[in-house]
Design a protein around this ligand. Sequence first.
Ligand code: HEC
Length: 101
Amino acid sequence: MPRLFAIGLLCCTPALAGETSPSADLVDLVHQDCGSCHGLTLKGGLGPDIRPQSLSHYDVETLSTVVLDGIPETAMPPWRPLMSEADAKRVAEYLLQGELK
Ligand code: HEC
């Protein structure tokens, strides 16, 4: 069932609620919420391809900062209001490796 990005942001974000969210929720979040712009398989849409081979120039720290703060003056939003730093780091690890540790 497609979920509107705005709804995901405003109300239904259990995956973002805390650092204890199960890994599967974080993966869902990436593919649904990030996927609303980057494509469900993350190969690009409104936003660029963010599969591991496209992000190899990033390290985990830099990438989690991009996720937390967004990219100013672009459609890439900051996720800090919705995501803990620990979750952002796990998202970054997931994006870089294609799997969650
Ligand atoms: C509202 C649309 C939108 C959403 C939602 C979104 N992004 Fe983006 N993202 C973009 C756009 C547009 C860019 C390209 C910005 C630019 O021009 O540099 C981008 C860029 C990025 C980049 C940098 C890519 C590179 O090659 O440097 C990363 C990483 C990224 N997004 C990750 C995410 C993650 C992770 C999420 C979910 C937590 C997410 N994005 C959600 C629109 C979005």
